[in-house]
Structure formats: structure tokens, C-alpha cells
Design a protein around this ligand. Sequence first.
Ligand SMILES: C[S@@+](CC[C@H](N)C(=O)[O-])C[C@H]1O[C@@H](n2cnc3c(N)ncnc32)[C@H](O)[C@@H]1O
Length: 350
Amino acid sequence: MVSSLRGALDKIVDRPVGAVRNRLSLVVPRSAARRWFKVWDTHRGWKVPRDAAGSTFWPEKLWFLPFLLPEICVMKPHREHVLRANRASYDAMAAAGNPLCRPARPEELSDPLKTVDAAGWLGDSISGWDVLCLAAGGGRQSLLYAAAGARVTVVDLSPGMLELDRQVATQYGHDFRLLETSMDDLSGLDAGEFDLVIHPVSTCYLPGVAGVFGEVARVLRPGGLYVSQHKTPTSLQATTDRTEGGHYEIRDRYYRDEPISAPEKKNSTTRRLRESGAVEFLHRWEELIGGMCRAGFVIEDLVEPMHADGTVMAGTFADRAGYIAPYVRIKARRVPGQAPETRSRTLWLP
Ligand SMILES: C[S@@+](CC[C@H](N)C(=O)[O-])C[C@H]1O[C@@H](n2cnc3c(N)ncnc32)[C@H](O)[C@@H]1O
């Protein structure tokens, strides 16, 4: 009886405790987090910790307080901590000349629209369009869209990435508007300012995407286009390398609030799949596709950019891409006049 009660209680508390543990590890040194959870584990064995003299450290009836406190303290700064970590990660990558942080090459500028839009989603010309390059600092997107004739605004969290846009603007004589903010806070931009929002892979750097889609819907003109790319949920869930059995395996839960676990190894494959020092989150399909629809978009097309190569060595990025599509690219259009719906609904199907 006692042991089944213990088992039931452990099941109920395990999930929140796992979430707290993850959150805690983001804001306090791991050694401190370990100390906290050593106390928790002691509690799980139903031994209330005692000092050398045999007194308990806290009144037995209040044993849960220390476990609640970190949750209360950590909930609020969580988003800020994530932003800080991801800003630092991209600042460091920009300073190191990481491939994700390189401006467009001169040869890509000869037909810039083709470079950015191989699928032809944007039509024959975007000359004169107001384009928001969202979470797209680094001097690549801004330069290409400006070369295609657009008026360009760049939003990015990382000053290091925006500095690269500043440099290419000076070098090529463009006039970009640069805004340092998080993609889910576009309060510095007016409603209905843009014909097109392009959004390279970056939603993974925020715990939630609904706020981003709401902001994009607000700053787009009715009928405007939203072209975004995302890491696929399966790619974030799976091992980055083949396991001993030779398989890529699902490692992380699909339904989760906490960040994705760090890669098992550091090598050229993991460097393509995860950014060093960044905190990344999985967004489920219903959050990506359903989230866009609920924010007032219709999905017009969806592609999985091809990165697979069956001839390469096992464990490489292109080998893994043969099993798991790393990215998805979505073309969505802001429905004219449609009020964004904020609540999800459950459909009853017979
Ligand atoms: C994969 S890079 C995209 C830019 C890349 N140069 C390109 O052209 O595809 C992701 C970008 O997202 C930015 N970022 C990360 N978290 C962000 C956030 N919360 N809000 C805005 N930008 C963010 C990073 O600073 C980085 O510049």
C-alpha cells in the first residue's frame, strides 16, 4: 500500500520536477542544480535530510517549499535567459565567421531573386516591395532582397549579426532599417507595413511560436506573404549520430516544454544541426501549421529542402538527411480581413 502510494506520487511529481530541473539548469550553475536535486532524490527515498546532529533542515510539513521556490523564481526569467543565451551564441558565431553568419557572395547577387526563391513563390519581381527579414541578420538575406529591388528591414536579436548587415549596407550602398529585438516582440514596427516577411530557421530559439506568428500577421499587409523555414520536430527529437545499432533514434519527447537535449557528440554533423551554446525548442506540427492558420494565414505551399545524399558516409549531415528531413519551408498568406483566432479548438469527428 505504502509503496504503491509512493509510486503514484513519484509519477505525479516526476514530470514537473523534470521540467524544473531543466529550467534550473538554465539559470543556475549545474553544480548548484545538482545539490538541489540531491536533496530531492533523498526525499524520493523518503528520508528527510538531517544534519550531523540529526535535526531536519526544515519542518517536515514544509518539505515541498524548497522545490516550489526555484519553480516560482525560474518561471519568470526563463524567456530572458533563453534570449541571452541565444544572443551570445550568435554573437560568438558572427565574430568567428561561422558559415551561418556570412554575407551573400558576389556571384549570388547576379540573379538575387533566383538565389532566394528557387521555388518561384515570389513571382517575377519583388521590386519596390517592403520586406522584413525576420531573425535574419548576417548580411545574407538583407543584401539579396535589396539586390532584388526590395526596401529591407532586418530584425535580429544579435548585435553581432546586425553589425554584418550594417557592413554590407555600407559596402554595397544600401539603406537597411535594422532593429535589435526578439522576433516575438515587433512593437517597434507598424501594423500592415510589409508585403513580405521572410524568416530563416530560428523559431527553434524561442519556447513558443504563437507570439511570433501573431506579430508577423500584424505587421503584414492583408494578402501579404510569410515565407518561413523551421527545423522539423523529428530532426530535433532524433539522435544527431547513428547509435551503436546503426540507427538514428528518437531521443527526446514530442510533447515537451523544456529545451531539446544537447547533442551526444560534437562533430561536423552536430555543428550543422545545432548551434553551439544555443538553447533550442521543438515546436510540434500543430503549433507550426495550426499556429499559422490560427494567426490568420492560409498555407499555400510547403517543401522539405533536399539535403540527402545516399553516397556519403554514415553519420554525416547528408546521410542523416536521407532519413530525417532537417528543415521545412512554408509559404503562407495573410488572409485579408480575417481576425486572428487565439484559442485552439477541439473538433469532434465521428
Ligand atoms: C540561422 S540564423 C538566420 C540568419 C542567417 N544568416 C541566414 O541568412 O539564414 C538565425 C538568426 O536568428 C537570430 N535569433 C535567434 N533568436 C532570436 C530571437 N528570439 N529573435 C530574433 N532573432 C533571433 C540569430 O541571432 C540569428 O541571426
